[in-house]
Design a protein. Structure first.
Length: 265
């Protein structure tokens, strides 16, 4: 019993140590500024544009949320690529490969930190826009609407975080950026008629549709959550998310950074 308790305490300490390490890396790298200045820049640009644009409030809000959804795959790819590059520069991923605990724990901690930062960045981009938008005299959409929209935008992209993280560490860095660019292009297509029949099973198009349907439901007083395609997308997100998480665990324990090392060598 004492041996089991000691082992459990050791694993807990290792996790805490890795969390502190990731937070230290975050605070001393450009990632923290990306998560702050990118959303602030988006808010500023669109508020200036909307100051003079002759759009309806619904058009302005849905347009902003759609642009964020389209840009999100590229931003996720950029962030995960920076994380993988940082590890390659730190002795060819030796900090990860020589960890005393399971390597999958290190990857799970890294991904978790990215998810938390991504959510806070999403909240800053959407809620910050919402507060400033209302101060400009646009009061059709409430503050809770923007908070919920931020949650939808983030939750709809969790699969992309998992996929992009795996690709960035599994393959050379060009693959991660390329995946992000393709993801943004596909996300834009999902808003057109081409995506009507398939968007609920396309990871990069789910957040865009969720945000658009939610915004429309505020004006049409429709309960969008009962839409059949929305339910299908939720089922797809849950099943795919669990499968990718299991893959991350098994892959993390056997990962040796060979593909990334070959590129750097």
């Amino acid at each position: 019993m004492d041996v089991l308790l000691d082992g459990e305490m050791e694993r807990t300490m290792n996790v805490k140590c890795h969390i502190k390490t990731e937070l230290y890396k975050l605070s001393h790298s450009g990632l923290i500024w990306i998560h702050i200045f990118v959303p602030l820049g988006a808010v500023s640009v669109f508020l200036v544009y909307y100051r003079f644009a002759a759009w309806s409030e619904l058009g302005k809000v849905t347009g902003y949320l759609q642009i964020l959804s389209i840009a999100y795959p590229v931003i996720i790819a950029l962030v995960t690529t920076i994380v993988s590059d940082f590890e390659m520069r730190a002795g060819h991923c030796q900090l990860v490969l020589m960890t005393p605990c399971h390597r999958s724990i290190v990857h799970i901690v890294k991904l978790s930190v990215l998810l938390v930062c991504g959510f806070l960045s999403c909240l800053l981009a959407v809620l910050g826009f919402g507060v400033a938008f209302r101060l400009m005299g646009n009061i059709r959409f409430s503050i809770p609407f923007f908070v919920k929209s931020a949650v939808l935008l983030f939750c709809g992209n969790i699969l992309l975080y998992e996929i992009s993280y795996l690709v960035s560490f599994w393959f050379p860095k060009g693959a991660g950026i390329g995946l992000g660019i393709v993801g943004s292009l596909v996300a834009a297509l999902m808003q057109t008629g081409l995506g009507d029949a398939v968007w609920y099973c396309v990871p990069c198009g789910i957040s865009l549709r969720w945000c658009s349907l939610y915004a429309l439901s505020q004006t049409e007083h429709a309960n969008w959550i009962y839409d059949t395609d929305v339910r299908k997308s939720v089922v797809f997100m849950v099943i795919s998310g669990v499968l990718l998480f299991v893959l991350l665990i098994f892959w993390g324990n056997t990962w040796e950074a060979k593909a990334a090392m070959e590129e750097w060598d």
